[in-house]
Design a protein around this ligand. Sequence first.
Ligand code: GLC
Length: 435
Amino acid sequence: MTEIASPGLFLPEEKKAWFTHDRFGMFIHWGIYALAARHEWVKSREEIDDQGYQRYFDAFDPDLYDPKGWARRAREAGMKYVVLTAKHHDGFCLWDSKATDYKATKTPHGRDLLAPFVEAFRAEGLKVGFYYSLLDWHHPDFAIDMYHPLRNRENAAALNVGREITRYAAYMREQVTELLTGYGKIDILWFDFSYEGRTYKGLPGKGRDDWQSVELLKLVRRLAPDIIVNNRLDIASNTPDVITPEQYTPRTPPLINGKEATWEMCQTFSGSWGYHRDEESWKSPKQLIQILIDGVALGGNLLMNIGPTARGTFDQRAIDALEAYAKWMHLHSRAIYGAGRSAYIAPDGCRYTQKGNRLYLHIYNWPNRYVHLDGLAGKVKYAQLLNDASEVSWVGASTDPHFVPPVGETTLTLDLPVKQPDVVIPVVELFLKDA
Ligand code: GLC
């Protein structure tokens, strides 16, 4: 990738220190698609036109909306920041935007959803970010393209006549200005997404020229100099604020030109981002916690998504998932916050995270009963299980003749209790000697 001359467009490392420290955030996908309850892309997937989609707008009344309750659950789960879909691809806005009538205040609910949200999450000590969709399947100047609900209309090209993307780009700037000036200090802006070059039936995709990305990002920087902006504006850079792998766990730390990048993976509790009533692929507590550990062990963050219902509630499955995090994080958060990748290589079925001279061994498969830590002989002064601070002892290198195969001189062999501690993923905290 060639470096684009972009002085001031991206953040220096020190401005991202809070973000890499905090490691764990909550993503929230919420909008009128929650009523359809079958994926936030329902308008595109089912090729629903504006008139057909209007029934969700007309029925939207989240009478049980309780942002304070959401924020409390996020904090209890150990999440330190939140990113909410102020606008998703369907174009619906959760706030009282002056630029459109396609917003919460014009639905039966009749109230702005963003101001109480921001207030509630800040009150729980979380940093606040907004997701803002670059796609907009409602805006009249947004040309029909491969993702647009009308893409298969025979007259799609004719319907595009008169659609002026520059007017749409100006609309985005106006809305982003509202979001960055009306709600106090916003910490993250999550744009989604660019697809330059993806042409469908002669309908071109969209990228930085359509969004006027550089102008948009300059505006963002002017209004919010310290804000973290994700990498989906289609502006090439060697130093994007954050790169955003989605729905999978990288196997190695993401690099840009050989240098480790700041990154955050986004994931879902089940396969959908928006509330999906009938989706059944919910991840187990073990998977959820491993995703978090896997990310931090590779030096990344996790933005874990929840899709609230159209009543404004978290459904029971989501609450259970959050509680799995809450329970584990209550005992193990110090292996997550401020921790990152270790130079040591963890044994099979384990991960390391490290913070200074505390090395955390996350044990995915509880062994019977030794675990061998290569390269750590003579380097550890104390070890304990993190869940109850109970001492873990070790046997000296090569002192036990019964090991098959014998362990090497540099291996430290921990002697673990036979019974796994009653936590989803046990962690051993190793106090390293000063280097
Ligand atoms: C994907 C989904 C989109 C979601 C996003 C979050 O692009 O299609 O709906 O908002 O991921 O990263």
